[in-house]
Design a protein around this ligand. Structure first.
Ligand code: NAP
Length: 314
């Protein structure tokens, strides 16, 4: 008697379909590609996606585990019909955290070392030797979210001599990093950030956390970096805060609408750096490993790892 292979429904970028189907076949799994293959909804055991169309997951009655291609799962939980009884496993990976930390470091250093102004000086053949950075130990970087990615970023900055603090929901004890926890500590945390870096998950509690009111709580001339989700920023509040001198500028990797519409003034403001949601991309190898190992664990009845707390939202 032949045993039915576990089935996986893939919602992956078009350019990755070939690699994913090959990897699933190699692991002895039957893969269906959403939008390409026809399949019986009741035959699907597992799903891999980043932002499934609302209602799709609910239509799969035998779904056992959902795998998220990304570290953030707001794209799943935005679905009002998300099947909350099905475990949701998110992508946690060292190389992803390292890439995110590189992005954070790059954009802090560009400002800290006045690199943009030095580029301008070069265009004018101007020897701008007076553009010296502020002492690194006097430069305070605050990280919103001291999770997998926030902690790796914070440690890297501490190693380079920055004065680093982090804000989290629960108390953390990370060497060299001052911790502020809970909503009541947010104002005190913001008051001491020369750079504010957002690495939070997008939840009802964190949506719109970067707004005119919180910008006003920062020291005048602070610089904001958002590499988490577009929904964290009230985009209409960014340019007025810069024009008023409250913010020195902002680097934004993520936006409420992606791609960022060409009509957005953020594209053209000289003190705003826009990048196209590339702070870190989930690599194929570790993503395949998450799915294959997760399915093996589930089939053996072992506990899954990196399961999202649906009630908490991350
Ligand atoms: P994580 O490990 O779940 O960490 C989340 C951190 O945020 C935790 O420290 C958590 O506090 C804190 N937090 C959550 N809600 C909070 C609240 N209401 N108040 C204060 N702190 C709160 O997440 P991660 O793996 O580091 O990923 C963070 C985010 O990065 C993802 O959700 C995703 O949106 C984003 N991301 C973006 C890209 C990109 O390319 N731009 C790539 C990957 C990830 P506790 O520790 O107390 O729970």
């Amino acid at each position: 008697m032949s045993v039915r292979k576990p089935t996986v429904l893939l919602l992956v970028p078009v350019y990755r379909v070939g690699e994913w189907t090959a990897a699933m076949a190699e692991a002895g799994l039957d893969a269906f590609v959403h939008g390409r293959d026809s399949y019986a909804p009741e035959s699907i055991d597992y799903v891999l996606s980043f932002r499934p169309p609302p209602g799709l997951l609910k239509s799969l009655p035998k779904l056992k585990v959902i795998f998220s291609l990304g570290a953030g799962v707001d794209g799943f939980l935005a679905d009002p019909e998300f099947p909350k009884h099905v475990p949701l496993v998110r992508f946690v990976d060292e190389s992803l955290s390292t890439e995110m930390a590189q992005y954070v470091l790059l954009h802090i250093l560009l400002v800290h070392r006045s690199q943009r102004a030095l580029d301008d000086a070069q265009k004018e053949s101007r020897w701008a030797q007076t553009m010296l950075p502020r002492r690194t130990q006097d430069t305070r970087v605050g990280i919103l979210g001291l999770g997998e990615i926030g902690t790796v970023s914070a440690r890297l900055l501490v190693e380079l001599g920055f004065s680093v603090s982090g804000w989290s929901r629960t108390r953390k004890n990370v060497q060299g990093i001052e911790n502020f926890s809970g909503a009541a500590a947010l104002e005190a945390f913001l008051a001491q950030c020369d750079f504010l870096v957002c690495l939070l998950p997008l939840t009802p509690d964190t949506r719109g956390i970067l707004n005119a009111k919180t910008f006003a709580m920062l020291p005048k001339g602070a610089y904001v970096i958002n590499a988490a989700r577009g929904g964290h920023v009230v985009e209409a509040d960014v340019i007025p805060a810069i024009e008023a001198g409250q913010l020195a500028g902002a680097t934004l990797d993520v936006f409420e609408t992606e791609p960022l519409p060409s009509s957005s003034p953020l594209w053209r403001h000289p003190k705003v750096t826009v990048t196209p949601h590339i702070a870190a991309i989930s690599e194929l190898g570790p993503s395949v490993k998450m799915v294959v190992e997760g399915i093996r664990r589930h089939q053996r009845g072992e506990p899954l790892i990196n399961v999202v707390d649906i009630a908490r939202g991350y």
